[in-house]
Design a protein around this ligand. Sequence first.
Ligand code: ADP
Ligand code: MG
Length: 477
Amino acid sequence: MFISNLIAIFEKYFLYKAHTPEHQMDFLQHQLADIIDFATLRGILKYNQRGKLVHAPIALKPFSIPSSVLRRIQRQTPVFNQLMLEVSKDREFLLEHLIPVAQTDPFTQTLLSIQSNEVTQLYSMSIARNDYFLSPMPDETLQPKQVEFNTIATSFPFLSTQVCDLHQTLYKNMDIHRQLVPNDPLTRIVQAIAQAVRYYDYPGSQMLMVVQPEEQNIFDQRAIEYYLMRDHGILTLRLPLDVIADQGRIKNGHLMVDEKIIALTYFRSGYAPDDMNSEKSIRGRKLIESSSTIKVPDISMHLAGSKKIQQVLTQYEYLKRFVAGNESGEILSTFVGMHHLDEMVSVENKKCTVAELAIRFPQKYVLKPQREGGGNNFYGLEIPNVLESLTKDQRQAYILMEHIQGVEHHSVLLVNHQISEVSCVSEVGCYGIILADDDNILMNEDAGYLVRTKSSDQNEGGVCAGYACLNSLVFSD
Ligand code: ADP
Ligand code: MG
């Protein structure tokens, strides 16, 4: 089957879908092998839990977004980058809000124990992602509502670049092709890393990528390594934290691993308790932090991205410390309610805590502990049991967030070689890069997008965990 035939099939699928949806689904089913070949050709791959190489889950129908909404969230990316940089530099603020969390959350305690007053790096850098759902409003417009700002191990810059390229081929001769929103976060991230390594200015220095020993999403990481070498001549070492503890040392302030100077350390691990579950792996993390390597992110930026800090920043009195007045209004309008569990609210003229309210109306909330990487939140009827089991001290380590209802749409999902057409919601993330020295911001930009489309009855959003499919954007106007 030639590409042109495949395009014709997609064209027919969308043209005739309204008349004969079942027939067209049949038609599409037959072309699965072709689509998977093209996805494989582009490296849209992962390892599954049994170590077998498989295609990553892909949505075949792009998500429609009004251009004004996309521009708006893209405009917000540099504002958020800078906000989080400022927060990460405010040690007192971080400690004030995270020490109570750490009392009952050993992982936050570990992270805090790594943080110190000493400034070890000349440059601060973050490769982050700001995730939103688009919520339908009563006036039928779509409002972006923030799910989370991720400051560590933001994945899929390569796979999302490739999925956009795949869609561009599949829809080559169709109207939809003109509306596809180009996307290449990979190139921007690789360029930014190369730029930071040049600022570090040590001949022959390398990048260290901190990885989990059994990573399924490895090609998304390998692509960064490959293009960094191919386009910028910079080599990468890929190691987990415990091996870094064994093989690393500090020489004149530099981090040295395997006798190579490490200009920049990029974390694709270190965000989950399992990544730091031994004395040795914690020692590896501390070694990195105490050296002059540019940490993406450093421990303070990691902590700034915690759910507790996100909740605190939804309050204007805290947000205004870090963001100018004219920018805070727009930012605040993308926040939904976030609360600490003992916050008092008024319902029907009676006062109660937010936790009591969430026990009565669990569907309205998401209960979040201080964890990253997906699969840790509680939804709907899970919430009351957890809330009732927590002691007063343990409650400090959780936050309650209003449940966001994303706009529903139909998409065609390709998961494990099977396709299905389902009602979906899509989460749009904007990659953001910031690089700064002590006095100046040297780079601060929006670097492209990630779309994860999932069945609307699914709560969590992870792609490798099998909840969501990688997608791209089309302008709806
Ligand atoms: P993690 O850092 O572990 O990825 P997130 O807070 O980003 O945790 O939540 C994981 C997923 O759960 C999100 O990608 C999203 O799909 C869903 N989710 C999180 N918060 C909300 C919310 N307030 N409303 C609806 N869905 C949410
Ligand atoms: Mg996250």
